[in-house]
Ligand binder design. Sequence first.
Ligand code: CTP
Length: 404
Amino acid sequence: MPEPKPKVVLGVSGGIAAYKACELLRRLTESGHDVRVVPTASALHFVGAATWSALSGHPVSAEVWDDVHEVPHVRIGQEADLVVVAPATADMLAKAAHGLADDLLTNTLLTARCPVVFAPAMHTEMWEHPATQENVATLRRRGAVVVEPAVGRLTGVDTGKGRLPEPAEIFEVCRRVLGRRGLATGPDLTGRHVVVSAGGTREPLDPVRYLGNRSSGKQGYALARTAAARGARVTLIEANTGFPDPAGVDVLHVGTAVQLREAVLKAAADADAVVMAAAVADFRPAMYAEGKIKKREGQEPAPVALVRNPDILAEISADRARPDQVIVGFAAETDDVLANGRDKLRRKGCDLLVVNEVGERKTFGSEENEAVVLAADGTETPVPYGPKEALADTVWDLVAPRLP
Ligand code: CTP
């Protein structure tokens, strides 16, 4: 017997971004989910019932008074494996936070016992209003995943925070939340602030050249995404990855180790956990040439003098912003992997160290990873070769019980 398709309720509230929910719907159905669309009456002003019905293969209604014999206002929520509301307007967040139930979607939100994801979209002023912020905080405290809106063009000519994240990003959040369904944990990082660094620093020599490394940033992005899907407020500090910002994550962009240090120290001040997945250059050129360094005929190149960069992981571990903060480091090793890893864990003073063996197919730029997570209490957790997301989830599985 084939596995039954996961049942997803796609709630659509009345904002112009409702049209983007059509693409989210397509992605969900094409990846094997049984999707029931529940729009609000205002959403139907933007996209009609015929579109939702044709794309989902199910009847569509905004009201509790249709098909009453099937008791849809209770059944749809009870049977769902996931409810995702995209776009979620300020009004919808307020209704959900206060438990109002005046249409099919708000009834569904009250009867659902599955994970719920809200993808808000509204004007910046509405998003920033204390009423909306308090409603979002209430929903998050109760375990819902509220994705941070994207920054960019809003309806009309104005720009700012409040844009619906790309449907592909919301889909990724849904997939991850559904993937954790049935695990004991659920959104176990709700109410936590976690900081993740990702990518590789570049240390400039002159305006066109730098010393860099081969870290792609994929593992750090996987850590940020999975933490957001598990309910955390995530600050991702990325260096030179070039990736689009993941949904529901506050992203800071830096270039050098010194800039990364500054951003990490600031973000870590109120963080419950810090994961240093970035590859930080240990050295930087002692001198920066304001003009491009030219080759000269008949002259040997001048040697490049280097100076040490600060060790961010060692610094934040030794001088913790909070005594109960959980700090995780990464190590890429080629030889004596475990012995070097244990030694590094001691030297850096962090709580957990994810040790990768660098080799063909492994680590840099690949989608997969294999690692051992060493803990300061002596335990070792091997993570078999698999997606970087699986390693990311294992890291959070080990971080969560260590949080105060
Ligand atoms: N790290 C850091 N600041 C640095 C260098 C590294 O915070 N200046 C962090 C990385 O983010 C990573 C961990 O430290 O989490 C391991 O880095 P690595 O470069 O392997 O450590 P080193 O002590 O430099 O080890 P090695 O002797 O192998 O160079």
